[in-house]
Design a protein around this ligand. Structure first.
Ligand code: CP
Ligand code: NVA
Length: 337
């Protein structure tokens, strides 16, 4: 279905209808096919985007940069330390400056109110590259990956294990509720999504036919799940002091062979990455030295198994981010999506 999202920001999937989300996935699939076929799609030559990163990134930054380049645009990367943002200049002032020079702005960082402000003051589309509350571009990549694998989304069941009240858990609940995917957050109740967001998502789920389940019981949460997902136990920007408690609370919810065995027989595993599944990272080594864990939210066995689609998911970040930028900037009239 054709949709006109020109001029729209992409701050949280709460702002988008199921049809608009599906359109973005369809557009991403078209752009992915074009890229694979080597067909240029430099629709926005002469335009530029600003990429603000107050937190570090591999996938999101590279996706925005490659996607912008593929679309014919220039991009400027503003790193966590190298600009005036926040320290010498307010978000409102920064937004008004960047809005004079760029056709779109990506922001990765802290509170959702920052992307809201950028959108309010810049006058150009703003794309959320991760806030504490939401990670909407990640959701499109995950949904595209799931749809490519199963051929559909509606009626599937997705179970998220781990910290379900941060950006990834919140975003999965919203996205599943909107698209008619049954959602289970399976974790210690301290990490359930907020009552307010859950109530809002139950409203979306009424329209889409999705179920929402918050449970501490692994067998109940993962039963019949087609998609098992997790995320790091401690997110960027959280203090090191929370590690001990997180390890204690969330180790029972690690995705391991038993968890996968209790899901649907053909269940897949997704993780937004980066992931602590072995000791080949600095933080992984530090945690091993301090707490003796050799793997955290997912075992290396599951991560490396054929059911793990994490690298397809990572690739799809680029195609879906490209779709978001293209939709906001206005895709060509004759594009067949
Ligand atoms: N998944 C994700 O957002 O990865 P980066 O932190 O590397 O951007
Ligand atoms: N919850 C993680 C996601 C990283 C992509 C974080 O915010 O660090």
């Amino acid at each position: 279905m054709k949709m006109d999202l020109t001029g729209r920001s992409f701050l949280t999937l709460k702002d988008f209808t199921p049809e608009e989300i599906t359109y973005l996935l369809d557009l991403a699939a078209v752009l992915k096919a074009r890229k694979k076929a080597g067909e240029l799609h430099e629709w926005f030559r002469g335009k530029n985007v600003a990429l603000i990163f107050e937190k570090t990134s591999t996938r999101t930054r590279c996706s925005f940069e490659v996607a912008a380049h593929d679309l014919g645009m220039g991009s400027t990367y503003l790193d966590p330390k190298g600009s005036q943002i926040g320290k010498k200049e307010s978000i409102a002032d920064t937004a008004r400056v960047l809005g004079r020079m760029y056709e779109g702005i990506e922001y990765r960082g802290y509170g959702q109110e920052i992307v809201d402000s950028l959108a309010k003051y810049s006058g150009v589309p703003v794309w959320n590259g991760l806030t504490n509350e939401y990670h909407p571009t990640q959701m499109l990549a995950d949904m595209l990956t799931i749809r490519e694998h199963f051929g559909r989304l509606k009626g599937l069941k997705l179970c998220y294990l781990g910290d379900a009240r941060y950006n990834m858990g919140n975003s999965y609940m919203i996205t599943c509720a909107k698209l008619g995917i049954h959602f289970a957050a399976c974790t210690n109740r301290k990490y359930f999504p907020s009552e307010e967001l859950t109530a809002q998502c139950r409203g979306y789920a009424e329209d889409s036919g999705a179920d929402i389940l918050l449970t501490e019981n692994i067998a109940e949460g993962v039963k019949d799940a087609d998609v098992i997902c997790t995320d790091v136990w401690v997110s960027m920007g959280e203090p090191d002091e929370v590690w001990e408690e997180r390890i204690r609370d969330l180790t029972p919810y690690r995705v391991n062979r038993d968890v996968m065995a209790q899901a649907a027989p053909d269940a897949i595993f997704l993780h937004c990455l980066p992931s602590f599944h072995d000791l080949n990272t600095g933080i992984g080594k530090e945690i091993f030295e301090k707490y003796g864990l050799t793997e955290m939210e997912v075992t290396d066995e599951v991560f490396e198994s054929s059911r793990s689609l994490v690298f397809d998911e990572a690739e799809n970040r680029m195609h879906t981010i490209k779709a978001v930028m293209a939709a906001s900037l206005g895709v060509p009239e004759d594009l067949n999506v």
